[in-house]
Design a protein around this ligand. Structure first.
Ligand code: NAD
Ligand code: ZN
Ligand code: ZN
Length: 348
């Protein structure tokens, strides 16, 4: 079968012919229907140094996957061959306290996990291939009726990650509050929809690209701003001087973190999702009182079930640009150069 392999740090992935995996006991082989191209893959290709993550290449890219059950390993029950499924991407040990609570992203026994802190496309072979070997049936969620695999794939990260981040701050997103989405790309355009679907907050979107700002307006952002030295001030003006209750930073650079910090309302949440590598100085008078700053990583199975439900009911929709597997490298090139609105999705 074909697979898009990241063979080393700081290298471009290569499409290769590899043997089709056979599912062992408890495993499931999925015929890939679609795999989203995440900006994190660009960080993997260009920025990470050997040793900076607990796993390393070579592996097949693609951590946003959906497809059809192809072969069930010995002992797997509850799934049927041919069934459409979305893949829960973080593969933990399944037995530690966090895994039992569904938080496999934060597995505490990385020594027992198939890959510490990762999953398919992040240390293990992912879905930019004809088939994906999934180590346990609990990592698969049957698609609700009416949701196509090509629409479901990007939801497994680009919607799940913002959903997890928004859910954490739900108590601060009631009527009269303001949320700011910085970076309206793959994650941000779905984060904005999540805010609209599950909260009563007012949404301000910030992006440097004209097409991303136009998309944010079309998706119902109440105010759309260009990033710049006066962005935080404009957020304050738009909120009667109070500032933003929640800022979701889907970029995470020095510049966006500084804007976020300057735009916060007292008691707000500043959530860093983007991994551009920026830092935020923290000091007593450096942030409004009781600002909480947190990073979040991906989301969990039950949250994915909720995300898929929102999508099946028409409340979330990933804007996609489809590329065949042979053109995956050009999809990443388009993503790197800001030419993708929404998500690039690879269909093998
Ligand atoms: P993307 O390239 O699709 O979107 C990024 C958006 O940010 C683009 O629209 C771009 O124009 C905009 N942008 C860039 N610099 C900006 C600035 N200074 N101000 C305002 N907007 C700016 O990327 P994506 O796939 O949505 O991923 C976003 C980030 O989130 C990446 O760093 C990715 O690695 C990270 N990520 C984190 C998690 C997690 O679990 N924490 C999960 C997935 C992705
Ligand atoms: Zn991702
Ligand atoms: Zn665990």
């Amino acid at each position: 079968m074909r697979a898009l392999r990241l063979k080393d740090w700081k290298s471009e992935p290569v499409l290769e012919e590899v043997p089709r995996p056979e599912p062992g006991p408890g495993e499931v082989l999925v015929q890939v229907g679609a795999a989203g191209a995440c900006h994190s893959d660009l960080h993997l290709m260009h920025e990470f140094e050997p040793g900076s993550l607990p796993w390393s290449p070579p592996f097949t890219l693609g951590h946003e996957n959906a497809g059809w059950v192809h072969t069930l390993g010995e002992g797997v029950t509850g799934l049927e061959v041919g069934q459409a499924v979305a893949v829960v991407g973080a593969w933990g040990c399944g037995t530690c306290a966090h895994c039992l609570a569904g938080l496999e992203t934060y597995c505490e026994r990385p020594d027992l996990a198939p890959v510490p802190g990762g999953g398919g496309g992040l240390g293990m072979d992912g879905g930019m291939a004809d088939y994906l070997l999934v180590p346990a049936a609990r990592h698969l969620v049957p698609l609700p009726d009416g949701l196509e695999v090509v629409d479901a794939a990007p939801l497994t990260d680009a919607a799940l990650t913002p959903y997890h981040a928004v859910r954490r701050s739900l108590g601060k997103l009631g009527p009269g509050t303001t949320a700011v989405v910085i970076g309206v790309g793959g994650l941000g355009h779905l984060g904005l929809q999540v805010l609209k679907a599950v909260t009563a907050t007012r949404v301000i979107a910030v992006d440097g690209r004209d097409s991303a700002r136009a998309q944010a307006s079309a998706l119902g952002a109440d105010l759309v701003l260009e990033p710049g030295p006066d962005t935080a001030e404009r957020i304050r003006e738009a909120t009667g001087g109070r500032g933003a209750d929640v800022v979701l930073d889907f970029v995470g650079s020095d510049e966006t973190l500084a804007t976020a910090a300057a735009a916060m309302r007292q008691l707000g949440d500043l959530t860093i999702v983007g991994i551009a590598g920026g830092t935020l100085p923290v000091s007593f008078f450096g942030l409004p009182y009781e600002t909480s700053v947190q990073t979040t990583y991906w989301g969990n199975r039950s949250e994915l079930v909720e995300v898929l439900d929102l999508a099946a009911r028409g409340l979330l929709h990933a804007a996609t640009t489809i590329y065949p597997l042979e053109e995956a490298v050009s999809a990443y090139d388009a993503l790197a150069h800001g030419r993708i609105d929404g998500r690039a999705v690879i269909v093998p």
